[in-house]
Write a protein that binds this ligand. Structure first.
Ligand SMILES: [Zn+2]
Ligand SMILES: [Zn+2]
Length: 361
C-alpha cells in the first residue's frame, strides 16, 4: 500500500505559505534596500568647492560689491523719490492757495477793493515758498536722475562680471559632471559587489533545493534579490546598456527553460513516467515502443493507439494471466508479484491483487 502520499495541506495552510513567502520576499527586499541606501549615502563631489577652484576670486568679490552698491543705490533712489513726492504734494497745495489768493485779488480789483498789507504779505510768502519748493523739487529730480544713471552703469558692470564668471563656471561644471559620473559608477560597483554574490548564492540554492519542502523560503530570497539587482542596474546604467543586460538575462532564463523542458522529456520524472505508462497499459500498448500487448482475448488481434477503441474483442472465458514481455523491444510488461505471486504490471507502482508498491524507474 502506498503510505507516504504527500499531503497538500488545507487551503489555509497553503494560503499561509504563499502569504508568508510574499512577506519574506518583501522583508528581504527591505534589508537589501538598507545596504543599498547606506552605500548611496556616501558623499559625492562638492560643487561649491570645485567652483571655487575655477572662479577668479577678485571677480567674485567685485561682483558681490557691485551687487551691494546697486542695492544701496536702489534704496537711496526710493528715499529720494519719496521725498520728491512729498515736496510735489506741498507744491500742489501752495499752488491752490496762490490760485485762491489771485482769485480773491481779481474779485477785489473788480469791486475796487485793494489788497491789504497782510494779504499782500501772505501772498508774497506763499509765492516764495512755492518757488523754493519748486527749486527743491528740481534738485531732487536731478539727484534721482543722476543716481539712476549711476545705477545703470553699475548694472552694466555687474552684468559684464557675471558673464565672465559664467565663462569660468563652464569648466567647473564639466569637472563636476565628470566627478559625479565617476562617483555614480563607484556607488553602482559597490552595490553590485554586495548584491551579485547574494544573487548567485540565492540562485544556486534555489536550483539545488528546487524539490525541497522549504523551496518557498529560497524562492522568496532569490526573487527579492533579483528584483533589487534589476532596480540597481536600471538606476545606474543608461538604458542603452540596460537593454543589453535585460536581454542577456532573458536569454539565459529562456535558454534555461528550454533545457529544462528538453530534459523533462529526455529524463522524465517518476510521476510523468507513470502517467505515460498508465495510458499505454490502458490501450494495451507497450509503454516503451507502443507495440500491442497481445494477451488473452487479444492474442490474435492487431491495433494502434488510434484503432484500439474501435476494435471488437472476442469474449473468451477463463483467460489465464501470464508473464509477458514485449516481443518488439523486450521490455517486461507483466511479471510475478514478489509478494502474492500473482501476475502484476511491471511498469505500474502497485500490484492489482495485493497492492504491494514497488519503485518505478
Ligand atoms: Zn515494446
Ligand atoms: Zn501482489
Amino acid at each position: 500500500m502506498k503510505t507516504d502520499a504527500k499531503s497538500k495541506g488545507t487551503w489555509i495552510h497553503r494560503f499561509a505559505i504563499q502569504l508568508f513567502t510574499l512577506v519574506l520576499a518583501v522583508l528581504v527586499f527591505w534589508v537589501l534596500g538598507f545596504f543599498v541606501e547606506d552605500i548611496q549615502s556616501i558623499k559625492g563631489p562638492d560643487y561649491t568647492s570645485i567652483e571655487k577652484k575655477y572662479l577668479d576670486k577678485q571677480l567674485v568679490t567685485k561682483q558681490s560689491a557691485l551687487e551691494k552698491q546697486i542695492a544701496d543705490l536702489t534704496r537711496q533712489i526710493e528715499n529720494q523719490t519719496e521725498k520728491q513726492r512729498v515736496v510735489g504734494d506741498g507744491s500742489r497745495n501752495l499752488q491752490q492757495t496762490i490760485n485762491q489768493l489771485l482769485e480773491l485779488q481779481k474779485i477785489g480789483l473788480q469791486k475796487n477793493v485793494a489788497f491789504s498789507g497782510t494779504e499782500q504779505a501772505n501772498f508774497t510768502s506763499s509765492l516764495n515758498l512755492f518757488l523754493d519748493n519748486q527749486k527743491k523739487y528740481q534738485e531732487l529730480s536731478q539727484a534721482v536722475s543722476d543716481m539712476l544713471e549711476r545705477k545703470q552703469g553699475l548694472v552694466r558692470d555687474k552684468e559684464q562680471a557675471e558673464q565672465e564668471i559664467e565663462k569660468q563656471r563652464q569648466p567647473a561644471r564639466d569637472e563636476f559632471n565628470r566627478l559625479s559620473n565617476k562617483h555614480r559608477l563607484k556607488l553602482a560597483f559597490f552595490q553590485l559587489a554586495i548584491l551579485v554574490p547574494i544573487l548567485i548564492v540565492a540562485a544556486t540554492v534555489m536550483i539545488k533545493k528546487r524539490s525541497s519542502i522549504y523551496f518557498p523560503l529560497f524562492l522568496a530570497f532569490g526573487a527579492a534579490t533579483l528584483v533589487k539587482v534589476a532596480l540597481v542596474v536600471h538606476e545606474y546604467f543608461p538604458s542603452k546598456y540596460f537593454k543589453y543586460i535585460l536581454i542577456g538575462g532573458l536569454l539565459l532564463v529562456v535558454a534555461w527553460l528550454l533545457v529544462y523542458f528538453i530534459r523533462a522529456i529526455a529524463f522524465p520524472k517518476a510521476q510523468w513516467l507513470i502517467k505515460q505508462y498508465r495510458e499505454a497499459y490502458e490501450r494495451f500498448l507497450c509503454p516503451v515502443c507502443e507495440y500491442p500487448i497481445r494477451i488473452g482475448p487479444r492474442r490474435f488481434l492487431f491495433w494502434t493507439r488510434r484503432t484500439v477503441n474501435k476494435m471488437v474483442v472476442p469474449t473468451e472465458r477463463g483467460d489465464q494471466e501470464e508473464k509477458y514481455t514485449c516481443p518488439s523491444c523486450g521490455s517486461g510488461l507483466f511479471e510475478e508479484c514478489s509478494s502474492c505471486h500473482k501476475i502484476r504490471h511491471v511498469m505500474l507502482p502497485h500490484c492489482s491483487h495485493c497492492g504491494t508498491e514497488k519503485e518505478i524507474k
